[in-house]
Unconditional design. Structure first.
Length: 352
């Protein structure tokens, strides 16, 4: 069965409507601040910055942050020279703060090792007559940077350098799963999808190619109620022919989120200052300033939660209603203890 499905993919590669997709993109492609249209290439710094911000975050949310970052730090050298706390502060609201820390680390790597220019990593290390690095070398080089995985490295190579690199996000996974009727469940289907993408890659307009696919999937081949009637892929879409558009891509069943519980301690003095500690660099919300708290406990260990881990003795009052926050992999139920502290200046402290 798997071999038969693979042959279907191979036979449909020749009919993939590349020219029609480019025509659609020329008319309907999104105008985004980090984009350029072929033959102009977007600055690699802008591609990298936007792709890091877009991880787990929608475009509309990212745009103002991208504009603010590029206004504050026009070059990657400027970003590298900025204090980490300034970068984290500018990132506030985007979530997944490990991205911001990795962003700053990567900026410093590019500044220190590549002279502040992404392009320098691909320059030959031997004599000047050595051949230019191919797309695989570029992707491998970019993956040295913290926070840069296969997708982000491929996006920078394709969009920032105009190379034929594999760039597959969730939108493209959906589009290819439907066009080729790939019924292998995700994430196993990723190999099939990447293989099909690699063999379709057009020589012309390589920087526009992944962006055209993403925009088309986002606007036409949507997760729910795709516009199949007006789709330029309709005549050769295998999922449409088989009547399984609403069944692919096949996603794994979602496991129930575990619940973790903790107590946060909020101390306020007469001047309205609050007591904060810096969280450890690694772990949940690493490196961020936060109220002191107990360690996370599972639902079964809930009875062991108490006020013994308060940062200092005080008349702590436990509030009745906990605060609930949903993270990607678990739900956090946080009980709040408040104390009024007189004549004690409260300043940020490091968590030893």
């Amino acid at each position: 069965m798997a071999g038969a499905e693979h042959r279907v993919v191979e036979t449909k590669l020749e009919t993939f409507p590349i020219a029609a997709l480019y025509r659609w993109y020329d008319r309907h492609g999104r105008d985004l601040p980090w984009r350029r249209r072929w033959p102009e290439l977007a600055p690699a710094y802008h591609v990298w910055l936007s792709e890091i911000m877009l991880q787990q975050t929608v475009v509309a949310t990212v745009i103002p942050y991208f504009l603010d970052f590029t206004r504050r730090w026009p070059t990657i050298g400027d970003l590298a020279a900025a204090p980490l706390d300034d970068v984290l502060s500018a990132w506030a609201g985007l979530g997944y703060y490990a991205r911001a820390r990795n962003l700053h680390k990567a900026a410093n790597m590019v500044a220190d090792r590549w002279g502040g220019d992404f392009a320098n990593y691909q320059k030959p290390q031997a004599d000047s007559g050595a051949p230019q690095a191919d797309s695989g070398d570029i992707v491998a080089g970019l993956r040295q940077l913290p926070g840069v995985g296969p997708y982000t490295a491929g996006a920078i190579a394709a969009i920032g350098f105009g190379r034929q690199a594999v760039v597959v996000d969730g939108n493209i996974e959906r589009l290819f799963s439907r066009y080729f009727a790939i019924e292998t469940p995700l994430p196993a289907a990723k190999v099939e999808i990447a293989d099909a993408y690699q063999r379709i890659l057009p020589v012309n307009r390589p920087s526009d190619w992944p962006q055209a696919l993403m925009d088309f999937a986002n606007a036409v081949c949507t997760p729910r109620q795709p516009a199949c009637a007006s789709c330029c892929f309709a005549s050769s879409c295998q999922a449409l022919a088989k009547g399984i558009v609403d069944k692919v891509p096949v996603k794994p069943a979602k496991a129930a989120k575990p619940v973790r519980r903790a107590i946060a301690f909020v101390a306020i003095n007469d001047r309205g200052e609050v007591f904060l500690q810096r969280r450890p660099e690694k772990g949940l919300l690493g490196g961020m300033l936060a109220f002191p708290e107990t360690g996370l406990a599972s639902q079964q260990a809930d009875r062991s939660l108490n006020q013994d881990n308060a940062p200092f003795p005080a008349d702590w009052i436990l509030l009745d209603e906990p605060v609930l926050h949903i993270f990607t992999h678990f739900a956090l139920e946080m009980k709040i203890c408040i104390a009024r502290v007189k004549d004690a200046p409260l300043s940020n402290t490091s968590n030893a």
